[in-house]
Write a protein that binds this ligand. Structure first.
Ligand code: IVH
Length: 676
């Protein structure tokens, strides 16, 4: 059956348009049409292809996912070996590398030698072969000489073009790059896998490598994989530019995705500045990296330098301190938090990881502990990335000593012996002892005096624990009865520090309703909610008397929070503590209830702060935002309007970027605080 020329033309045009939009979206990260328009084009093409199946070609954008799993992986001989890189673990080692390079090239060590500096991506290396502009082969690195044929799987990665764009590309163009799973996708994937009781991945690198080694491409297609191309392999019938950086630029113009962080730098100083810069932004990147790679930019120099065994002399990987290390579990203990949550914690043989020495790592909750089956004596992988608390990633099974015991969930609170309970919809087990439990009491007190609550200076954790252990302090109200002569008796307390502490306790009596509410430590009532309650009601009495329905009128307060607040104030014991606190002289200015939203510059806007700010502390930024009517919360969600970031910003910034939330640096924040 013949197909009208107009239909063929329409099909070609649809494919070109879809390829162009794919490029804008996946490679350049600059979509130029709304999703709905893109979906329409794909549907139109699918419809025409269904009507005229003889016109389907393998490079059609509809043909990413093959219908059938393959039986086994074929092998691919790499025409040019896929090499590895030498590592430098310090600036000195980097300087040695630079000296070797300049010596061999016989140029001055201080000459302005240009290096292409790139993030060292933590994924799986692949080779992609294009013939006549069409993707014909995808392969793993394997042993460098022979890899596995994973064409069916790389085709499913939307950032891999099935056909090159533009013109002038060589007849055969083999490119190499790293397939990786961005952190957000990794997290979502693991969360889903946990829900479905399926295997989770230890880290994004394993997730990427594992996803590429699927026999069924439909499984790979469901994984959120991405790619950055970082070099070329075999080139036949065509010319490429004379510098590595220009080649990458050219590859991008042909539709291949290149990391936007790549930069040309000069000399060791340029390399070090790049290393520091990427290092400081590492946690904010959307993907894992484990260092940076410097490559001599000029290809004639690269040729002159050549290779030694399996690595080029013209490139080096400058590694960041490892974020994962092996260590031994000495003990597993259970900690009781302010709200009674019982958290298993691994006590570890101290190990240097992520730039600090770690001797404790959280195991989150009993489910996690049992899923990972961590036991005393085990060798484990510990991970500490950025500012997150160190965690045990997994046990190394081969290293388990004989006669270890499965850790049992505590049936009683390890601190006070009260019964433990677990709510049906929660992963945490809690001690039911409330303020009878000295751990909960200590934690409640630490919270009560903390900087954003009553802000009592000089009352550290150790002192609180002592006072609680002696039963001298049972509730926050007891704090205001402390006398100098009993304080000087305490460990490491002199006359002067006792006086300072008492003065600080005295000062803290002058507070605000919002701080006071936060200090009470009602579950689910963080600073933002405390502040909303204070603004809405103006007076403590109003809040204490409000029923759940009324409480839900307050910004941010849903049924769960409303019930927590109501239950807290209905409790006789809590009413008594509050009465005693007020009798001790605790005061704040009460205002008239304001049931309408505040009308500051930023009212109705929700902010999240992350990283270290340089001109003000995070607390100062928070105060300024709140003073302008804005709200500051701790975690990024779809409801967040702005994320303010400083140096070493963490995963919150990444999340904001993924959710397309406006991000502000300090200068921009100051601008909207004054300009709006
Ligand atoms: S270049 C001859 N560039 O690191 C040059 N490799 O240890 C070979 N890698 O197998 C590779 N990011 O998987 C290069 N920007 C980058 C890289 C990179 C990650 C991986 C790659 C390679 C391994 C070498």
């Amino acid at each position: 059956m013949s197909v009208p020329a107009a239909t063929r033309k329409r099909i070609d045009s649809l494919r070109d348009q879809i390829r162009h939009h794919n490029y804008q979206y996946h490679v350049l990260d600059e979509p130029d049409v709304p999703d709905a328009e893109y979906d329409r084009l794909v549907r139109d093409l699918q419809k025409l292809e269904t009507e005229h199946p003889q016109l389907i070609t393998p490079d059609s954008p509809t043909q990413r996912v093959g219908a059938e799993p393959i039986k086994a992986f074929g092998t691919v001989e790499h025409q040019i070996p896929m090499l590895s890189l030498d590592n430098a673990f310090s600036e000195d080692e980097l300087r040695d590398f630079h000296r070797r390079v300049t010596d061999r090239l016989d140029i001055d060590i201080n000459a302005k030698l240009r290096y292409a500096a790139e993030p060292k991506l933590d994924g799986a290396a692949v080779s992609l072969r294009y013939e006549g502009g069409e993707l014909v082969k995808g392969a793993t690195r394997g042993d460098g000489t022979t890899g596995e044929d994973i064409t069916h799987n790389v085709r499913t990665i939307t950032a891999v073009p099935l056909k090159l764009l533009g013109k002038g590309f060589p007849d055969t163009l083999e490119v190499r790059g790293e397939v990786f799973m961005p952190r957000a996708g990794f997290k979502a994937f693991n969360e889903q896998a946990l829900k479905n009781d399926e295997k989770t991945f230890v880290n994004p690198r394993n997730a990427a490598a594992g996803s590429l080694r699927q026999l069924d491409p439909r499984l790979t297609a469901a994984r959120p994989l991405d790619i950055y191309i970082y070099s070329v392999g075999q080139v036949i019938g065509g010319e490429l530019p004379a510098c590595h950086s220009e080649i990458l630029q050219q590859l991008q113009e042909w539709g291949l995705k290149v990391c936007p962080e790549i930069k040309v730098v000069t000399g060791i100083d340029g390399c070090m500045a790049y290393y520091q810069d990427i290092g400081s932004r590492r946690d904010a990147l959307a993907y894992d990296i484990d260092g940076v790679v410097y490559k001599v930019d000029r290809l004639d120099y690269q040729r002159e330098l050549g290779f030694v065994s399996r690595a080029p002399r013209w490139a080096i990987a400058h590694k960041f301190p490892a974020e994962e290390e092996l260590t031994l579990v000495r003990d597993i203990e259970f900690q009781v938090g302010r709200t009674g949550a019982i958290t298993p914690v691994a006590r570890l043989e101290p190990v240097f990881v992520g730039g600090v020495t770690v001797s404790n790592a959280t195991l989150h909750n009993m489910d996690e502990l049992h899923r990972k089956d961590v036991r005393v004596g085990d060798t484990v992988i510990v991970r500490r990335a950025g500012d997150v608390i160190p965690e045990v990633v997994k046990v190394v099974p081969g290293k388990r000593p004989a006669k270890t015991k499965i850790i049992k969930a505590p049936t009683k609170c390890p601190v006070c012996g009260s019964a433990v309970a677990r709510a049906e919809d929660e992963a945490v087990t809690r001690c039911t002892g409330g303020l009878f439990c000295s751990a909960q009491r200590s934690e409640a007190l630490k919270h009560f005096v903390s900087r954003r609550a009553l802000d009592v200076d000089g009352l550290g954790a150790k002192l609180i624990e002592q006072l609680v252990a002696m039963d001298r302090i049972k509730t926050p109200a007891d704090l205001f009865g402390l006398k100098k002569d009993e304080l000087v008796e305490m460990e490491r307390m002199g006359e002067k520090s006792a006086e300072n502490l008492l003065a600080s306790i005295e000062t803290s009596k002058n507070t605000t309703l919002s701080r006071f509410l936060y200090a009470l430590g009602i579950r689910e009532v963080g600073e933002a909610t405390a502040s909303s309650l204070a603004v809405h009601y103006g007076k403590l009495k109003g809040i204490m008397e409000a029923d759940e329905e009324a409480l839900q009128q307050v910004d941010d307060v849903g049924p769960v929070v409303a019930s927590r607040i109501q239950t807290f104030f209905a409790e006789k014991h809590n009413q008594e503590v509050i009465r005693r606190l007020i009798d001790s002289g605790l005061t704040w200015a009460e205002t008239e209830p304001r049931h309408a939203p505040a009308d500051g510059l930023l009212s109705g806007k929700t902010f999240v702060l992350t990283g270290t700010l340089s001109k003000m502390t995070r607390d100062e930024a928070k105060d300024k935002i709140q003073a302008a009517g804005g709200k500051v919360t701790g975690s990024v969600s779809k409801k967040t309007d702005f994320v303010v970031y400083g140096d070493n910003a963490g995963s919150k910034l990444t999340k904001a970027q993924n959710l397309n939330i406006t991000t502000l640096n300090e200068v921009e924040l100051e601008k909207i605080l004054t300009d709006q």
